[in-house]
Design a protein around this ligand. Sequence first.
Ligand SMILES: Nc1nc2c(ncn2[C@@H]2O[C@H](COP(=O)(O)OP(=O)(O)OP(=O)(O)O)[C@@H](O)[C@H]2O)c(=O)[nH]1
Ligand SMILES: [Mg+2]
Length: 258
Amino acid sequence: MPDPLLIPRSLFHKEGHGSSHTHPHDDPPLERRASGTREIQVVRKVLAANDIMAANNRRLFADKRVCVINLMSSPGSGKTTTLEKTLARLMPELSCAVIVGDIATTNDADRLAASGAPVVQVNTDQFGGDCHLAAHVIERAASGIDLDQVDLLIVENIGNLVCPAEFDIGEDARAVVLSVTEGEDKPLKYPLMFRVCDAALLNKIDLLPYLDYDAPLAVANIHQVHPDMPVFELSARTGEGMEPWLDWLRGLVRKKLA
Ligand SMILES: Nc1nc2c(ncn2[C@@H]2O[C@H](COP(=O)(O)OP(=O)(O)OP(=O)(O)O)[C@@H](O)[C@H]2O)c(=O)[nH]1
Ligand SMILES: [Mg+2]
């Protein structure tokens, strides 16, 4: 089993951006506090800088013919468990690698490395505790992977249903995991996440017999925010319902390699 690679702190010192912390809602600089107009400008500047880095990543991934998926959700929805099952079922048919973001610990990387896939763990507490993975972080983390050997790079973003939706990382597609213990209304309460994604996974359906949960209502709420988005109802624990999700991933890779 390969050891997951923990990217050292020094790799995340950004050149030319001042603070390495890039969240648009961070404590504002003084001039931002002074003027509402300037505040908007600062937020736009952070996102514009990220967009440039994301475009660079997209070019790199296109050159390397790597399909990149950004997997997002609130903490504990089952991203890592879904990836454990996904890697076990897709490899060696597809050559996969993972970048996983957490504020702290290498727990998820340790779990995912058991698949045999190259895994890079990013810990954001080393550079300000960001609650999302920004494009420049993905660029540095990807430099720790031999992309020539990879068909599918899956990014497990930091558990957060808000901030990761705002940051393009140069991915080909985005997917959000919503588990049945979170409530049917989350797509309506956190619409941006569901709007920017290309697919949703409704996870932990093995728990439905024990819950008062209206799965059709959850799907309807997802479609209210993002009409026609594919929704895969599955259990990462039992493996039930995994195949349509795996087929969706296979289709994305085929499209990228065509
Ligand atoms: N019953 C059930 N439990 C699940 C399922 N998927 C994940 N879990 C459990 O949910 C908990 C969180 O799962 P993770 O896969 O670590 O969730 P995560 O989204 O990666 O969490 P963070 O990375 O911390 O945001 C664990 O105890 C899993 O065993 C599922 O399909 N059914
Ligand atoms: Mg995880």
